[in-house]
Design a protein around this ligand. Sequence first.
Ligand code: AHR
Length: 329
Amino acid sequence: MFAPTRRAVLLASTLFAAMSLAASLPAGAQELPKLEKKDSYKVGFAQTESNNPWRIAQTQSMQDEAKKLGHQLVYTDAAGSAAKQVADVNSMIAQGVDLIFLAPREEKPLIPAVRAAARAGIPVILLDRNVDPALAKAGRDYVTFIGSDFVDEGRRVAEFLAKEKPDGAKIIQLEGTTGSSPANDRKKGFEDGLAGKANFTVVASQSGDFARDKGRQVAEALLQAHPDADVVYAHNDEMAMGAIAAIEAAGKVPGKDIMVLSIDGGKEAVQAVVDGKIAAVVECNPRFGPKAFETLNRYAAGETIEPWVKNIDAFYDKSNASTEVTNAY
Ligand code: AHR
């Protein structure tokens, strides 16, 4: 009968201890996959949807930059479904892309896909939207998050409103996609910005899913239910444009009877500031291509990437909209 040596027993118990430790670590807690330095990459870009000018501008920017640098871009459009986006990421893993740029539609459902990519040795860079920071971490589950400070965007809207309407306001809030990081954070930033100001009340807050027609329908219903509302705060331009249509359909004048505030800074919305229909827009620039690929190159060069590569946003109101409108996307 074979009698284990002392060394074999020691080895087995060390292995057992290491396995127990690994099992006790949170899912995805592993070293991030490295990216080999190459002249040309096969890169995935998992987009959330393409039903608005912001998404179209972002995709265009990614495609232009990939083409300019000679990389192959494997592009998918989740068509507004987190479940499809999970499948899209899994298909990119199966195709063996070198790295995945992911714009997670919602904060929670994409986390397993991010971890699956890491397990398959494919680094992920989050683009424009984040996953739940309490459940997944940059530098552990994914390389970094490139994007705006959505909380600050909401806070800047609130600061503008408090300055422009010192006597207070009754506000209708049109929220973005439920469960998405910009909707969660723009709501938080705005409500934090108005905290302690008793004369400002959010009379109704409902999701318009970042979409123009949904925003119009929700605004129509909320304006009817709250005829005394004098401000509409929309989490993006598309819903703000929908709200303008709803205000006009209700026989009111946007910019006079009802102040409209928005986030994104697309050409149409900045022009609406020039025309006096929107009072202010905080920019959230969709032109991610150059920064996305610059970050990929830094990572391939072995740099430690900061957990958040932050975009700096402009602000448009009547003081600068007419000069800035030509630069808007
Ligand atoms: O994640 C950024 C947001 O998503 C933009 O504000 C919005 O227009 C887009 O759909």
